[in-house]
Structures are given as C-alpha cells and as structure tokens.
Design a protein around this ligand. Structure first.
Ligand code: C2E
Ligand code: MG
Ligand code: MG
Length: 696
C-alpha cells in the first residue's frame, strides 16, 4: 500500500495524475449511463448502437486515463513509445469494451452483466500492459509480478462489481457503478505502475523532454474530453427527448384527446390527493357530475363533428372559468366531473354557477346555434360519502334526479335518492319484461267536435298494467322508456296497433297517436308511418300524430324536415299540450300544423280565471288566423265547456265526454262498430297476436 501511494505521490506529475483522474471520472460517469441506456433499449439495432457509444466512451476513459497518467510517470530515464503497440493498446481498449458491453447486454446469457464486467476488467488489464509494452525506457525494466497479478484481480473484480451495482434498482446505482469503474481503471493503472521499476543504464541528464510529454498528455486529454463530451451530449439530448416523449405519453394517458381536459384516471388521482389534503373539521370536497342534456340529439342531427365541436367549446368554457384549486375532467361522452374544496356555501354556489353557465350558454357552430344545457348533480365528501367511489356514485344519482326534473338543473345528493334509484331500476326491468310479455295496452279517448256535437276521433293512450303494482301511468313509464331506449319499440308498436284497430272502425274515425322525441329523431319515422298505414290498410287522412313543442325544440330543423316528410304521406300533425312550451308562436309559424291541442292546464283554470279565458280566446283567434282548428284538452265539467262553446272552440276532449277506455268498451257502448274482418284490410285480432316487437 505504501509503495502504491509512494508511486502515485513521488513518481508521477501530480497535475497529469489529476488530469487522468478527471478523464477517468468523466468517462466512467458517462459510460455507466450509456451502458444502462443500451440495456433499456428494446430494439436490437439501436441497442448495438448504444453499446458502441458506450464502448467508445469507456475505451476513451480507459486508454486516455492510462496514457495521460503514464505520461505523468517519471522514470528518470529517456522514454519512447512504440507506435504499433500504442495503437494496439487503443484497439484493445475499444474492441474489448465493445465485446464486454455487448456480452453484458446479451439477454439469453445467465448473469450476462457479470461476464461482461469480467471481460471489461480483462480489457483494462490487457490494454494497460500492452500500453506498457509500448513504453520504451532506456534502462532495465523490472516487473513485480505480485503487483501485476493483484492489479489484474482488482481490475476484473471491480469491473464485475461495476456492472453488477449499475444494474441494481437503487437510485444510487449509477453513481456506485461509476465510482467502481473509476476504481477499476485507476487501481489497475496505479498498482500496475507500482509493479514497474526502471534501473537507468546511464546518466539521464537532459534526456527526458518533460515539456514534450506534457504537451502530448494535454493533446490526449483534449481528445478524451471531446470523445467523452460527445457521449455526454448524445446521452443528454436523447435523455431529454425521451423524457419529453414520456411526459407527452403520460399527459396523453391522463387527458382526454378531444377536449384536452383531464380524463377519469387523472380525476381519480386528483381526488385521492384532495381527500388527503382536506382539513376534515372545516373543509368539504364537492364532486359535481355534469351531463349534457341535448348532446345525443346534436350528434344524431348534426353529425359527430358538430358534437365534438360542442364538447370542445364547453370544455374550453369550463377550463376558462376555473379558479385556483378547482378541477374539471371529461369522464365520458358528454359527462364531465368538476371538483373543488370549500369552506363556505357561497364558494360552492359560485363554482356551480360558473359550471352551469359554461353549459347553458348557446353554442354556435357553422350557421346553427344550440343550447346544450346540462343536468348537474352534487355530492359532498365526507358528508354524503365516506369513500370516493360512493361519492361519485352519489353525485351521479343527484345528476339523474336533475335530469328527470327539468325545473332543477342542479340537484344535491340526498340519501332518499338511493331508494328512488333502486325503485327506478326495478321499474325499468319490469318495463322491459312488459314489452316482451305484452303487458302494455292501448286505451282510447274520444275527441268531439263542438260545432256538430259529433265524435271526430280517438286518441290512443298507452296503459301499463303491472302484474303486482297494478296500473302505472304513462307519465311515469314513458320518460323511463325514453331514457332507457325502449321508446322506439313501444312507440312503433302503439302506432302499428292503433292503425290496425282504427282500420276496422265503423264509422271511420280519426285516430291520434302520440310521438316521442326519440321517435322523431331516429330519422326512420316516415318509413315506419308509411309501413303502419300500408300494413293496416288505414288511409293516411285518418291518422294524426301528436307531438309536443319540446320535441321540436330539441332539434328544430331536423324535426321539421321529418314532419314535412310525414305530412307528405297525407298524415296530419297535431301540436300537443300547446301553451306549455317555450316559443309557441314561433313553433306555429315554422310548421303547418293540422291541429292545436290546447293544454289541460288552461282548461282547468277556465271556470275561475279571467286570465285563462283571455289566453284561450287569444289561442282560438290565433288558430282562426292561421286556419288551424283548436282542440281543448281536459274538459271535466260543464263550467269549463261553456266558455269554450262561447269562444267557438273547434273540438274538445276530456273526462266529460269520455275517459280513456279499452277498445271493447267503446265497441260495447256502440260508439264504434268493428267492421267485418273481410271488409277491413287486416283483422284486428290477428295483429294483436303478433306481439310488441313485431312491427320493426
Ligand atoms: P297527452 O297526449 O296530452 O294525453 C292526454 C292526457 O290527458 C292523457 O293522460 C289523458 O288521460 C288525460 N286526460 C284526458 N282528459 C282529461 C281530463 O278531463 N282530466 C284529466 N285530469 N286528464 C285528462 P295519460 O293517458 O295519463 O297520458 C299522459 C301523457 O302520456 C300523454 O299526454 C302523452 O304525452 C303520453 N302518452 C300516452 N300514451 C303515449 C304513447 O303511446 N306514446 C307517447 N309517446 N306518449 C304517450
Ligand atoms: Mg296527446
Ligand atoms: Mg296533451
């Protein structure tokens, strides 16, 4: 040990030793990084490329360290270098390192890094002693073989340790690996130099050109730094590019591609962090589920590009309205979730108002405008739920409540909602069963002309007789059928069934059938109506389809186009529940309706409210001016009827004239006679057997 230190301290130029160590440290640092980079490369060709770069840097570190340190060695005799052996030592360093790193990266070899490390150690040894063979001194060189053997053992053992440590999963592995490689190179060199002794043959005066050797050492160092520097720069550029790509991929994995908002995965991360930071005693976490109301209609009627644009615009508005600590994510087609912590109710109200504003303002796209609107449900942590799954579920429940209630865009979770949802789910299941098991039935309600006092038609009204729960009103199950995609099947069945019945009636009264929004937006309605007429043999002028303003309002242009096609078949169209919609006058102007059905709510008020009388008078005047007959719904008493007669209302419908009843009751009362099956195009009883799903 003392000889070793003495060799370093007294037989070397300290500046060149320091330079050699610097080269060794820099070269080892980058060698280990490049080696690990090569090891992580999946593509074989690229891996070999990285291994080559590793070997170039490693050999520069090994050879230049050796050469510069050797130039700093002071043998006190003239020295010379054999060019062939010097170049051979350089090639040994390069080829040996390449082979060693390639072997270390050979995945099918057991403990490959250790074998590679051993080869690297042998390379360092072979390079050093070949380099020493090129070192020609004018004197007698002595080798202490013990030191030579120890140096070789140290080089191999430390190189094996280098690659082993570098591959460890520890954060300090790279540093440890680099330090071990420095030790491997330096120990081999300096122990090797300790083994070397020169006995001068003659007086060395003036024979060692120190300046010449120093200049050579500097030149070699410069080359070493250039090579190592190239390795460092390549590594850093690639590392940066890779980190950028990884970051981009990470961003992509956590955000929604269409809107750029965070996605569900990011939401979950965010919620988990927020919950841990919540000051449980005074803070609350509000989770706001937002679902657009008219997104499906926009998609169906304007195409997916328009739908995407609407989502992008709304997402941008939401993002813009966010304040510090607030968060919004897109978690599904038209579903968003917004989150914020709050201490005072006013903060939450303000947050909700901003979120609602983002969806309730009109969206402009090309030459049309739509107001998507949203149903918003809010649940609070920890009050409404003790874990995040339940919190999201409860916010959804509140959102569904808001969807079902057009008057409340924002609903807060209440424990009773759980029960309601369970009940609704059971009802949906039962409705599906009712559709297949034909538990649905059509009742008919008479429509009478006030001018002649005669029956003019019947409205088909759907009834559901639940085997256990009894009668379930359409106001309860029709919205359910609309929500769960059952309405098209049901609506089509009603249409076919009512047409088939009416085709057998004598006298041939008009038959009115109600339509839902989904039926109108399916785009297939004109074809379905035509085939219902054709199959039943009912003439088109006897069929009337009733629809409410809200159906048209959802997608005006397309609805009016479809209605035009139906009207072209000869079928008449009635505007149902008139007066309860948003823009009654505009609706009336936009389409040539065949009948206005004045909503029951006006008739109810008729006997006691002058205002209701004035409204009815105005509607009747409007009907007259547009030449559209008006039918007043819901007449229950003579007091309600009288003003309608006075105001010369065209037609009426209500309990006073007849409740909705099954067809056989109407037949039994003698109002309708069923024509002989031979006379009608299709017999009624045959059609009833075909079941609900047959018309489609
Ligand atoms: P609607 O089309 O406005 O039908 C009139 C509703 O008023 C019917 O309720 C009828 O029973 C009720 N009604 C008639 N006269 C009176 C009266 O004098 N007093 C009172 N209080 N009510 C009266 P119903 O049958 O419960 O139907 C409710 C709604 O369900 C209908 O309103 C219609 O929008 C919808 N509906 C019924 N059947 C169908 C159907 O086959 N398809 C679709 N899409 N909707 C249907
Ligand atoms: Mg109706
Ligand atoms: Mg109505």
């Amino acid at each position: 040990m003392i000889s070793l230190l003495g060799c370093i301290a007294f037989e070397h130029n300290p500046w060149l030793v320091a330079l050699a160590v610097l080269i060794c440290v820099a070269g080892s640092w980058i060698t280990i990084r490049l080696y690990l980079r090569a090891a992580s490369e999946a593509m074989p060709l690229q891996r070999v490329g990285w291994q080559f770069l590793t070997a170039v840097c490693a050999s520069a570190a090994i050879w230049c360290t050796h050469f510069v340190a050797m130039l700093g060695f002071r043998p006190h005799v003239p020295v010379d270098f054999d060019p062939v052996k010097t170049i051979a030592s350089l090639l040994i360093a390069l080829i040996g390192s390449l082979a060693a790193f390639h072997l270390a990266g050979y995945r099918r070899l057991w403990k490959a890094p250790l074998w590679g490390g051993a080869l690297l150690g042998m390379t360092i040894t072979a390079m050093h002693y070949t380099g020493m063979a090129a070192y020609e001194v004018r004197g007698i060189a002595f080798w202490n073989m013990s030191y030579v053997i120890v140096s070789a053992i140290c080089a191999v053992a430390l190189s094996v340790a280098t690659l082993h440590v570098s591959n460890l999963a520890s954060p300090r592995a790279k540093l440890g690996g680099s330090a071990l490689l420095v030790l491997a190179i330096a120990s081999l060199h300096f122990i090797g130099m300790t083994a070397f002794r020169v006995e001068p043959l003659q007086s060395p005066v003036g024979t060692v050109d120190a300046a010449h050797l120093n200049a050579l050492a500097l030149a070699v160092s410069c080359m070493a730094f250039v090579i190592v520097g190239t390795g460092v720069v390549s590594y850093m550029i690639e590392d940066r590019t890779r980190n950028d790509s990884v970051e981009r991929l990470r961003q992509m994995a956590l955000s929604d591609v269409l809107t750029g908002l965070p996605n569900r995965a990011r939401l979950i991360d965010f919620l988990q962090i927020e919950v841990t930071q919540l000051q449980a005693d005074k803070e609350r976490l509000a989770l706001v589920a937002i679902d657009l109301n008219r997104f499906k209609e926009i998609n169906d009627s304007k195409g997916h590009q328009a739908g995407d644009e609407v989502l992008r615009i709304i997402a941008a508005r939401m993002t813009k309205s966010l304040r510090a600590g607030e968060f919004v994510a897109r978690v599904g087609g038209d579903e968003f979730v917004a989150v914020r912590r709050y201490t005072e109710a006013a903060q939450l109200t303000d947050f909700l108002t901003r979120m609602e504003n983002a969806t309730s303002r009109a969206v402009q796209y090309d030459d049309w405008e739509v107001t998507p609107g949203a149903s918003i449900g809010v649940a609070m942590y920890p009050d409404d739920a003790q874990n995040l799954d339940t919190l999201q579920n409860n916010a959804d429940l509140a959102m569904y409540r808001s969807k079902a209630d057009p008057h409340h865009a924002i609903c807060f979770y209440e424990p009773a909602m759980d029960e309601t949802v369970r009940a609704r789910r059971a009802l949906v299941a039962a409705l599906r069963e009712a559709v297949t098991n034909r538990q649905l039935q059509i009742y008919y309600q008479v429509q009478t002309s006030l001018l002649s006092g005669e029956i003019v038609g019947y409205e088909a009204l759907l009834r559901w007789q639940h085997p256990e729960r009894g009668f379930i009103p359409p106001s309860e199950f029709i919205p359910l059928a609309e929500e769960h995609g059952l309405i098209n099947t049901i609506g089509e069945w009603v249409l076919f069934e009512a047409c088939k019945h009416a085709a057998t009636w004598d006298p041939p009264y008009r038959i009115a059938v109600n339509l839902s929004a989904a039926q109108l937006s399916s785009g297939d309605l004109p074809r379905i109506v035509a085939s219902a007429l054709q199959e039943s043999g009912l003439t088109a002028d006897r069929l009337e389809l009733e629809l409410t303003e809200s159906i048209i309002f959802a997608d005006r242009e397309r609805a009016l186009e479809t209605l035009g096609e139906i009207k072209a078949l000869g079928v008449s169209i009635a505007l149902d529940d008139f007066g309860t919609g948003y823009s009654s006058l505009g609706t009336l102007q936009s389409f040539a309706f065949d009948r206005i059905k004045l909503d029951r709510s006006f008739v109810c008020e008729l006997a006691r409210s002058n205002q209701a009388k004035a409204i009815i008078r105005a509607v009747l005047a409007l009907g007259k001016s547009l030449s559209v007959p008006v039918l007043a719904e819901g007449i229950e008493t003579h007091d309600q009827l009288l003003p309608l007669i006075e105001e010369r209302c065209d037609e009426v419908q209500g309990f006073l004239f007849g409740r909705p009843v099954p067809l056989d009751q109407i037949v039994a009362s003698g109002q309708i006679r069923i024509a002989d099956p031979a006379e009608s195009a299709q017999p009624a009883d045959k059609q009833t057997d075909e079941g609900l799903l047959s018309p489609s």
